[in-house]
Design a protein around this ligand. Structure first.
Ligand SMILES: NC(=O)c1ccc[n+]([C@@H]2O[C@H](COP(=O)([O-])OP(=O)(O)OC[C@H]3O[C@@H](n4cnc5c(N)ncnc54)[C@H](OP(=O)(O)O)[C@@H]3O)[C@@H](O)[C@H]2O)c1
Length: 197
């Protein structure tokens, strides 16, 4: 069965956005969380235009190359201006998770309103045997709470943002993790965990 992973760029104090993220404003004042996409000399084999450091390119492309479909929360979708009617990932289908209709979605995007389990199932169908990536702290936490996540990746950037949207929200119980790999790279440390089921 394909795996489900939640990989996010996150500050040391646990934020995936700044305070003023929103439509037309992206991550708000936390745009530096993605500086490591563009501050190196190695082109990504998956994302056109990304120029990462050597260690980051190895980690990033290995993860991105596994993904065949993405489940994004409504907030991620809206704050990213609907991904221009397409997908945030060049080789992956997009499923959007919300509790109600999401205006403006294109016919290349799939909406699920019946819960995170159904959204992940729909993504698996679209992923063609590849893995499913989760985008958004709300979605990642909902999936963790239901035991649906296999791997968690923190692309941890050495900054304390101090406010914004958190990667992890409240969970009903402990979730035990096992470190698969920790890779220090310029401007970011890649922490890759398996979720122990
Ligand atoms: N730093 C990074 O790597 C990174 C990665 C991804 C996203 N982001 C940013 O993170 C921000 C969004 O994150 P977020 O945590 O605020 O929101 P999110 O997870 O993207 O979206 C939350 C919304 O998803 C829906 N949802 C969540 N769980 C659900 C469930 N179990 N059943 C049905 N619907 C459910 C709800 O939509 P309804 O409103 O319809 O109830 C909820 O309001 C954006 O600004 C985005 O750009 C950053």
């Amino acid at each position: 069965m394909s795996k489900v992973m939640a990989a996010h760029a996150v500050s040391v104090d646990g934020y995936i956005t700044g305070r003023d993220a929103g439509p037309g404003r992206g991550l708000g004042d936390a745009g530096t969380l993605f500086d490591w996409y563009f501050d190196g000399d190695t082109s990504s084999a998956v994302f056109d235009g990304f120029r990462l450091s050597g260690p980051s390119a190895r980690v990033f492309d290995a993860l991105a190359g596994r993904v065949g479909a993405v489940v994004a929360g409504r907030a991620t979708y809206e704050d990213s201006d609907g991904f221009g009617g397409a997908s945030p990932h060049p080789g992956a289908a997009l499923v959007v998770l919300g509790h109600r209709p999401v205006p403006g979605m294109s016919d290349r995007q799939t909406l699920v309103t019946t819960g995170v389990r159904d959204a992940i199932a729909a993504a698996r169908e679209l992923a063609g045997g590849k893995d499913v990536g989760l985008m958004g702290g709300g979605v990642a936490t909902a999936a963790l709470a239901e035991g649906l996540v296999d791997e968690v990746v923190l692309h941890q950037v050495p900054v304390l943002i101090g406010g914004g949207r958190r990667f992890f929200r409240e969970l009903p119980a402990h979730v035990r993790l096992r470190l698969i790999e920790a890779v220090p790279a310029p401007g970011v440390t890649h922490l890759h965990y398996a979720v122990e089921h």
